[in-house]
Design a protein around this ligand. Structure first.
Ligand code: NAP
Length: 250
């Protein structure tokens, strides 16, 4: 096992967007970062020589177990777990909801987060102070037309974060939820299944958050003194008052 005094951070979904920006920010801050995602080559490019890239499909429990066993063997503990892998599929009203979209969203955002957290807890307990950061969304406490599938899973992430805080009370493990509004990443390209024009329209006429803006919030939360738990950070573009009330300059 590599002895490391550097804090060890696991970031899921480190191949793109918020996860990639968070991995870079943590590396810059002096963390040893283990980035996981299905597109391993992209994770390698993100973490470079300073981090570790490992293949991870959070929806596949055997992949999660392999990933966490490898982290355990190499580092013996996890100081920070960033549950970031996730996203939306489709924007259909409920009466036209596609089963495969709902199942896919449930698998990655909820079951995936549970598989990873459950497997990582023994290693988080090996750290002096452990920290679980769940990337939720303003969709975790707001709703919008066509968003029932995504808002339901992000409401679930919020419920899980709050439950974990109860279950881990008394242990030195902090739980933070980061709830962003509109962030320009590959999120909308995935939601609209590769339709780049539909994806671009989501951010048209406004200045959305960048992945770095969100990584900055995550960095703030994890670098507080050990007795301080940042429960939640809600962060949105100034032009966005709610999920659906957005001012656009035409
Ligand atoms: P993104 O650019 O599409 O990144 C999503 C990341 O999740 C990718 O790295 C992807 O990696 C990973 N991922 C997806 N399925 C996975 C799986 N089965 N196993 C492992 N990794 C998987 O989108 P993003 O905006 O950065 O999204 C990151 C998180 O922020 C998500 O939880 C999303 O719901 C949340 N969020 C986004 C916004 C926004 O407006 N963008 C707002 C609020 C919250 P691979 O495809 O390589 O596996």
């Amino acid at each position: 096992m590599a002895a490391t005094r550097r804090p060890v951070a696991v970031v899921t979904g480190a191949s793109s967007g918020i996860g990639a920006a968070t991995a870079r920010a943590l590396i810059k801050e002096g963390y040893t970062v283990i980035g996981g995602a299905r597109r391993i080559d992209r994770v390698r490019r993100v973490v470079g020589e300073s981090g570790v890239a490992m293949e991870l499909d959070v929806t596949d429990e055997s992949s999660v177990k392999r990933f966490v066993a490898d982290v355990g063997k190499r580092f013996g503990r996890i100081d920070v777990l960033v549950n970031n892998a996730g996203g939306a599929l489709g924007l259909d009203p409920l009466e036209r909801a596609k089963d495969e979209d709902w199942i896919g969203m449930w698998q990655v955002n909820v079951l995936g987060l549970m598989f990873v957290t459950r497997a990582c807890l023994p290693l988080l307990r090996k750290a002096k102070v452990g920290h679980i950061v769940n990337v939720g969304s303003i969709a975790g406490f707001e709703t919008y037309k066509g968003g029932a599938g995504y808002t339901a899973v992000k409401h679930a992430v919020r419920a899980i974060s709050r439950t974990l805080r109860l279950e881990l009370n008394g242990e030195p493990i902090r739980v933070t939820e980061i709830a962003p509004g509109l962030v320009e990443t590959e999120f909308s390209i995935v939601r609209f299944k590769g339709d780049k024009t539909a994806a671009k329209n989501v951010y048209a006429g406004l200045k959305p958050l960048t992945a770095d803006d969100v990584a900055d919030c995550i960095l703030f939360a994890v670098t507080r003194p050990p007795h301080v738990d940042i429960d939640e950070i809600v962060v949105r573009p100034v032009a966005q008052a709610t999920t659906f009330q957005v001012t656009r300059k035409t």
